[in-house]
Design a protein. Sequence first.
Length: 247
Amino acid sequence: MKDIMRNGPGAPKIVGRSTFQVELNALRRREKAHTREGDAIASARRRLPMVEVDGATPLIGERGAVTLLDAFEGRRMLIAYYFMWHAGHPAPEQCEGCTWVTSQVRELSYIHSRDVTFAVFCQGPYEESARYRDFMGWEMPWYSAQDSLDTLLVGRRVGRMHIVCYLRQGSHVFETYWTTIRGVEAMDNSYRLLDLTVYGRQETWEDSPTGWPQGDIMDTLRTNGRPTSQWSRLKAGYSDDLRPGRR
């Protein structure tokens, strides 16, 4: 056992089952407090005021020109993820962070059951970015918001990842919440699961004991020069050519 510990990364001390359970119980009390505080924050989020947005704001979708109101698909609420885009760049150079979170949004039926639509609002041109969506195998509704970003993201930094939530009341559209940077982890499950493991996310910003494996965030989001999840698509035979006529 000592040889194994010496040859690998650092690890927690070894204790008996009863001692382990005592320590875990103490941590569980903190976890439950954290959960209750998260519930309280969510309660406050539901009580935020809202601001009206022009429902006629134009978007480009699979069938051409549509509006923000159309993106609701008849449902009462809309969650829009604003995907960063590097126009004219090949697939390996597209945003690893946006690829990371979007790759994990798959089954939408549970969201739909609460009268909510999820859609991606790409910050680049439709045709080019839709070819990327097809390469990645994503099936959620996809729009280009490129020409309306100053309206939709008023007061915020265009070119940054955002989640924005909307409410529809008849033909009127209201913005009820938005978040960015680590707030978009709401779309992620991989990091939440890694947080449960002994080495966590293995990133340099984490407060981990000496000897724990840690690296740059790009070690997770990028592998061999590409957003990590692109490799499985290439292995499955999908083309990453984003040029016109290559879909």
